[in-house]
Write a protein that binds this ligand. Structure first.
Ligand code: ZN
Length: 109
């Protein structure tokens, strides 16, 4: 299977001229979380070619948010932001302190 070349969303599919920026951007939120329980937010952009006037829509970037990390997928690749603070706090909340002397009483030896 030939590998698909990643298409630059800013390049006009008609003449290949690179647009400065999107005329308009908006976000599409996927209603279903992925296997990691993350929601995918797709940032769409509408472009108008400064050369030929061709109009097109393209995916500018994708953001995966949820759990303890945020992934931003854009032109420069995937940027993963781990939020260690929230992870540590979540773990702290799950710590169950056991009184070992109580266990000893129940256990027979
Ligand atoms: Zn064009």
């Amino acid at each position: 299977m030939p590998k698909k070349k990643q298409i630059d969303p800013y390049v006009c599919p008609n003449c290949g001229t690179k647009a400065e920026k999107a005329q308009k951007t908006w976000q599409l939120v996927s209603p279903l979380p992925d296997s990691y329980g993350r929601i995918t937010i797709t940032v769409m952009g509408s472009f108008v070619c400064p050369n030929c006037g061709h109009k097109w829509k393209s995916v500018v970037s994708k953001i995966k948010a949820g759990g303890s990390s945020v992934e931003i997928e854009g032109k420069k690749g995937v940027k993963k932001i781990e939020s260690k603070d929230s992870e540590e706090k979540a773990n702290e909340g799950e710590v169950i302190e056991l009184d070992l002397s109580d266990l000893d009483e129940d256990e027979e030896e």
